[in-house]
Design a binder for this molecule. Structure first.
Ligand SMILES: *[C@@H]1O[C@H](CO)[C@@H](O)[C@H](O)[C@H]1NC(C)=O
Ligand SMILES: *[C@@H]1O[C@H](CO)[C@@H](O)[C@H](O)[C@H]1NC(C)=O
Length: 460
């Protein structure tokens, strides 16, 4: 993703259990099956389940009910530093449907945007697919394979992002690597992505409580001294107006805690190129059909009609750890539709290759950090090590999702190549607006299939 993921709410009353495990609420992962396919399309059902990220969970004093974290602040008595906090606090189980608006039914997952619970209002969510054992994430190596799912984004307006993507988290959420992490993947620990987000409450078995600064415009989020970096393959970042798929390599391997310039940020506005000096490629190399010149391809009533469900096929061409191309097809109403071709001057093709990325960065005048952080080779290497499937719904407290669905940056002529990404107004997508006007928004991901190239869908 382009900007840091938005966070969810915790209750006023909420006590959060840090890195210990809380027992107030039994953790019962919603079940969600998916299919593994081979050869000419023979698929077998796999049992899986969903866990919600630890950031969203109640964190309270171990064995008690006092919140360790409330709203967007840590209790500094209980959490004077990250290690002490992890000793004192526990992360609890989740009531998926009533607190977080998450429901799974056989092979479908529905994420609701705003959920008013008894003690809290929850905004969005981030979930991970678990392996059948229920205590490890399902790991995927996408190189030479195809990943397919059905998307229903019909109820996602400007400013929201229903995202399905892969990140290089540890299979056990860091449980074995960090002895102070007692919760692990079952409780959704170990998140990382290519933005090296600082809003992660638990990193490397410690609370990210040091130098925690509450967000100015998000009553549920803040940012700590540390970020959590790793390679990210965004298969799907979308609403009903725009979509993009985007690889983001990192020069580091696996989930990596960062501080300072390694995180690639510039909190004091003193280092303008900081974004490109961190471990990860924050911009990525995106394919957004609208941004690539075809403005009638994706949207309500368009070639890919977002007013109803459709199938999204992504093929990762290559072998070993050598990824060479990322292709996209859609299937809707029984017809297969290839991704739109670029009509941007100087950029050809309808798939992501290193050559496409070089040409696109040149045409748009963008810094090519995709290349310097490893390009497709870097993402292929991360895939070969194994990545975790994330399904989320979020709004954007830093730039209102304009990078996905509007003109961005907003201070540049919108007719300059690469600036316009969708038809949403530059004033759209403000969290205060969408959280009130579109509280009932939701996304549905269903019928996940993974396997050999051309095995997960029937071309027609
Ligand atoms: C912080 O924790 C201490 C120790 O448990 C408690 O006495 C205090 O009330 C808490 N503060 C807040 C604001 O909850
Ligand atoms: C997949 O199908 C396409 C279109 O029919 C074909 O061009 C391609 O070679 C196939 N790939 C594999 C690996 O079978």
């Amino acid at each position: 993703m382009y900007s840091a993921a938005a966070l969810a709410t915790l209750s006023l009353f909420a006590a959060v259990r840090g890195q210990q495990v809380g027992t107030s609420q039994t953790e019962t992962h919603p079940k969600m099956s998916w299919k593994q396919c081979t050869g000419s399309g023979s698929c077998t059902s796999q049992s899986g389940s969903i866990t919600i990220d630890s950031n969203w969970r109640w964190t309270h004093v171990t064995g008690g009910y006092t919140n360790c974290y409330t709203g967007n602040t840590w209790n500094t008595t209980i959490c004077p530093d990250g290690a002490t906090c992890a000793k004192n606090c526990a992360i609890d189980g989740a009531d998926y449907s009533s607190t977080y608006g998450i429901t799974a039914g056989s092979d479908a997952l529905t994420l609701k945007f705003v959920t008013k619970g008894s003690y809290s209002t929850n905004i969005g969510s981030r979930t991970y697919l678990m392996a059948s054992s229920g205590d490890k994430y399902q790991m995927f190596n996408l190189v030479g394979k195809e990943f397919t799912f059905d998307a229903d984004v019909s109820q996602l307006p400007c400013g929201l992002n229903g995202a399905l993507y892969f990140v290089e988290m540890s299979a056990d959420g860091g449980l074995s690597k960090f002895s102070t992490n007692k919760a692990g993947a079952k409780y959704g620990t170990g998140y990382c992505d290519a933005q090296c987000p600082h809003d992660i409450k638990w990193i490397n078995g410690e609370a990210n409580a040091d130098s925690w600064s509450p967000s100015q415009n998000d009553q549920n989020a803040g940012s700590g001294k540390y970020g959590s970096c790793c390679a990210e393959m965004d298969i799907w970042e979308a609403n009903s107006v725009s979509t993009a798929y985007t690889p983001h390599p990192c020069s580091s391997t696996g989930q990596t805690r960062c501080s300072g310039l390694d995180c690639g940020d510039d909190p004091d506005n003193t280092h303008p190129t900081a974004r490109y000096e961190g471990l990860c490629d924050k911009d990525g190399c995106d394919f957004n059909s609208y941004r690539m010149g075809v403005t009638n391809f994706y949207g309500k009533g368009m070639t890919i009609d977002t007013s109803s469900k459709f199938t999204v096929v992504t093929q990762f061409i290559g072998s070993g750890s050598g990824l060479t191309e990322i292709k996209r097809f859609y299937v809707q109403g029984g017809k297969t539709v290839a991704n739109s071709q670029s009509t941007v001057s100087g950029v050809t093709g309808n798939s992501i290759t290193d050559a496409f990325c070089d040409a696109q960065k040149t045409a748009f005048g963008d810094t090519n950090s995709f290349k310097t952080k490893g390009g497709l080779g870097g993402i292929g290497a991360a895939m070969a090590r194994g990545m975790v499937l994330v399904m989320s719904l979020w709004d954007d407290h830093s730039v209102n999702m304009l990078w996905l669905d509007s003109a961005y940056p907003t201070d540049v002529d919108a007719t300059k190549p690469g600036v316009s990404r969708g038809t949403c107004a530059t004033g759209s997508g403000k969290p205060t607006d969408v959280e009130s006007a579109s509280a009932s928004a939701q996304v549905i991901y269903s019928n996940i299939r993974f396997g050999d190239i051309n095995s997960t869908f029937t071309a027609s």
